[in-house]
Design a protein. Structure first.
Length: 102
């Protein structure tokens, strides 16, 4: 997935977890709501000063805005799982099989 889209999804995820609307966060960081919307859908990449304001108003470090490994698509996750399974011993494969069989 595109880095702009991942950043936007992460910002939206944190904003919602803080109970903020797009309108309120846009007001806090002094940008138009439509600009924040464009950032959240990955249409626009925010400038560094805007990223810093977003992080500050969301109460997070800037680096946490770029922690979006958990936002992988279903197909990306499946591919990672398949690759991981290829490297496991038979014993570990049996354990995982028993776990997901339930």
């Amino acid at each position: 997935m595109d880095k702009k889209k991942l950043l936007g999804k992460r910002i939206k995820e944190i904003r919602k977890s803080r109970g903020l609307t797009q309108e309120k966060l846009a007001e806090l960081i002094d940008i138009e709501t439509c600009s924040l919307s464009a950032i959240e859908i990955g249409r626009h990449y925010p400038s560094m000063p805007t990223i810093a304001k977003i992080a500050e108003k969301l109460g997070v470090e800037i680096k946490s805005l770029f922690e979006f490994g958990h936002l992988k698509t279903k197909n990306e996750k499946i591919e990672l799982i398949k690759n991981s399974l290829d490297n496991l011993s038979d014993e570990k494969i049996d354990f995982i099989y028993k776990f997901i069989e339930f």
